[in-house]
Design a protein around this ligand. Sequence first.
Ligand code: TXE
Length: 482
Amino acid sequence: MEQIRNLIGGEMLASLSGETLDNFNPSTGAVYSKVPDSGEADIDRAVQAATSAFPGWSGTPVNDRVALIMKLADLIDERAEDLAVAESRDQGKPLWLAKAVDIPRASANLRFFAHAVMNTKSVAFTDVNNVVEYINRSPIGPCALISPWNLPLYILTWKIAPCIATGNTAICKPSEMTPMTAGLFSELVIEAGFPPGVINIVHGLGSKAGQALVTHPDVPVISFTGGTKTGGHIAESVAHMFKKTSFELGGKNPNIIFADCDFEKAIRTSLRSSFLNQGEICLCGSRIFVEQSIYDKFVERFVAETDQLVVGDPMSKKSFVGALVSRDHLDKVLSYVELAKKEGGTVLTKTGVEGLSEAHKLGFYMRPTVITGLSPECRVQQEEIFGPVVTITPFTTEEEALTMANGVQYGLSASLWTSDNSRVHRLSKKIQAGTVWVNSWMYRNLRAPLGGMKSSGIGREGGDYSLNFFTETQNVSVSYSS
Ligand code: TXE
């Protein structure tokens, strides 16, 4: 049975209590490793380590910080195969996806922000009355970095990179459901030669280790990615402490398809935006809206293509949909399919998962599911399902499409398919989403801001948005004699 350990003050440690949590392999349903069930005492140790490391690290020349971050990126690339297998086995995603996206993006995150801090620019204000003003951006201190289970190492490094590149220290709390790659990553942090306490990773329950971390008085910054409900709970818990907080939360993203779209590309891309990573990406387009004149043609073709997608062993190259992350999550997603039938919807796709080997019979699998006939106001079209389930709804006018697209509590991302350039600019501005992909999905430029409005969160991550979040801004105004 594999044991994951915490990384605290440069050492790999069990929880102080010695307590552990079971970690499941979603593709078989079996427990295959143990995770530290860390508590307040472990968090205190990590905060102390991060606090002690902060003066030295924030005082380290940028070039030296960057050299260590680049070394860590190289070590991720060297161990890419092991990390991809670990991620696939732990999260249930296909191995080819972990190899193509999750792990390369982890090292890319580190390199991107290492380059970014080498190229930051600041502004100075000068005036005729002998005053010059300039901006100081300073690191803040130990930062709480809380990451979810859908893209474990991808999102963990997306937070660690700008945090430490700007001279802060980090206490990370990965999801208890997918601890494995954070555990392997911890060993690479030591191998890269980071000073003890710069990066700390504490495993455990969100309600226990996570809650102790976000409410710790010596942790002035919180960067959180996860569910809207949990984000709201954390925001309430720390509101009186005036911490600097960033929340990247849930989504219920529209995928709006006009008749003048590139139909083949819209079909091909919509299959990915609907079901990639088992639909467990907050940016997935789970509500598809199709112009009436091509609605029947789109539905028929999309359902046929969906039924062709292979569901099965994440280690198999043929699998497009792997296992959902946990039994509880699978049951939650399946409950929404049942609810859809009660709300008047029709499930058009196959439902039974076939061809599973004996070893995978107890895995957390379901078929990608397409549902039509639902009203935009029903729960299935309002609530984040976070699985391989999409609805398709027709529209006749731009106004109707826009009203349905914006008619949810979320505002994270959207896709818009049309060849009418005026419509692109006219409609994008009116769509309530932090990111609008036009004739595409999930094109990611790491300089671009990522994040949502309404219940999808507060703040943006990416490029200068991350660098500004992890630093305090100060204006120095200097008068001088003429
Ligand atoms: O997320 P949680 P979960 C959505 C999706 C999913 C729902 C819940 O709808 O079904 O969120 O998923 C830690 N103090 N997304 O349960 O609970 C927790 O340990 C501090 C969208 O995984 O939000 C984990 O490390 N930390 C999302 C992290 O928060 C706490 C991706 C996320 O857990 C905590 C994942 C607390 N009190 C789920 N409680 C996206 N935006 O990509 C929990 N945590």
